[in-house]
Design a protein around this ligand. Structure first.
Ligand code: ZN
Length: 311
């Protein structure tokens, strides 16, 4: 993603162009009943790189941010579920075939990444055991490992699936078409036909047992989706993908850095609306908000190890 020079450019370009982030009262949520057993998500870390925090949260000279590239694992009965598919073994090659400006921005940062299959095996999971991947969105750094999962159903918002499958260019709007090649028959489209939840207009109980509820959180991409994971007695996590990159985004709330946000977010106003909703959830402490790129938000969420994911 963006490197430090982008912060410098952003400094030069603009001050005061922040989109208005609407503020909302704490949402009144009737939690969906869950019939699932207790669940303990864990995190797979593909890569960490130092970034300017001013890219993740608009503002000057905020210091650095240890940017994570990640996926998350949930064991739900017989299901082995991932939230996003992070980076794959082929990611450095994928990046080599991206446009020059993208390679310039990313540099060689992705080269030392650990691929999804390797990380899963380290956690005691064979890639073929993964039954579902719940995609927060279709960007390259969330889909790089899809090709390493031969049996998984790929769950994503309908609009996001349409965009991914219609893409003809190798790289467009942050997505790589090669990541979805040959996977159309394994995509399950989410239809948000369930009741409002957490201030969002609709929801979808992904497995029908209350363990994972999807809500539409558009803006970063048109079909960006967040996933509420709940245990009967445990904490609740809301996996928000890239609706915010860093905790400052939903805590303050504040948009991404000017240039970084302009490049990465599909719709600034829609992103701001989603951020306002997420801020209300975080302020009321209704759930732990988990971003893909900021391990400081991984509360009660350990790194995956064989012991923590064994059945
Ligand atoms: Zn991302």
């Amino acid at each position: 993603m963006a490197k430090t020079w982008i912060a410098g450019l952003a400094l030069a370009i603009s001050m005061g162009c922040a989109p208005h982030i609407p503020l909302y009262p704490a949402p009144v949520s009737t939690w969906p009943a869950t019939r699932a057993a207790s669940v303990q998500p864990c995190a797979l870390m593909h890569l960490e790189v130092d970034e300017s925090l001013s890219n993740g949260a608009r503002g000057w000279f905020r210091g650095t941010w240890r940017q994570a590239y990640s996926s998350f694992v949930l064991r739900l009965g017989d299901r082995v579920v991932l939230i996003d598919a992070g980076l794959g073994e082929a990611t450095p090659t994928d990046v080599d075939s991206a446009p020059w400006w993208f390679r310039l921005a990313l540099g060689n940062a992705a080269r030392p990444a650990l691929g999804l299959a390797k990380l899963l095996k380290q956690a005691g999971i064979q890639p073929e055991q993964v039954t579902h991947v719940l995609l927060t969105h279709r960007h390259w750094d969330h889909t790089g490992g899809l090709r390493e999962l031969p049996n998984a159903r790929i769950v994503m918002a309908s609009a996001e699936a349409d965009a991914a499958l219609a893409q003809r260019e190798p790289f467009a709007e942050g997505a790589m078409s090669v990541h979805f090649q040959g996977l159309a028959s394994r995509i399950d489209r989410l239809v948000f036909d369930g009741p409002p939840l957490l201030g969002f207009a609709a929801s979808r109980d992904v497995f029908g047992d209350g363990s994972v509820i999807a809500v539409p959180t558009p803006g970063h991409t048109l079909g960006a989706t967040s996933y509420l994971v709940q245990s009967p007695a445990g904490p609740r996590w809301l996996f928000i993908g890239d609706a915010a990159w860093v905790k400052e985004g939903f805590e303050e709330p504040v948009a991404k850095g000017y240039l970084a946000g302009s490049v990465a977010d599909h719709d600034a106003d829609q992103t701001a609306g989603t951020l306002g909703r997420l801020h209300a959830i975080a302020a009321a402490k209704l759930a732990h908000l988990v971003t893909s790129h900021d391990s400081r938000t991984w509360v009660d969420l350990p790194r995956c190890a064989t012991a923590s994911v064994a059945p």
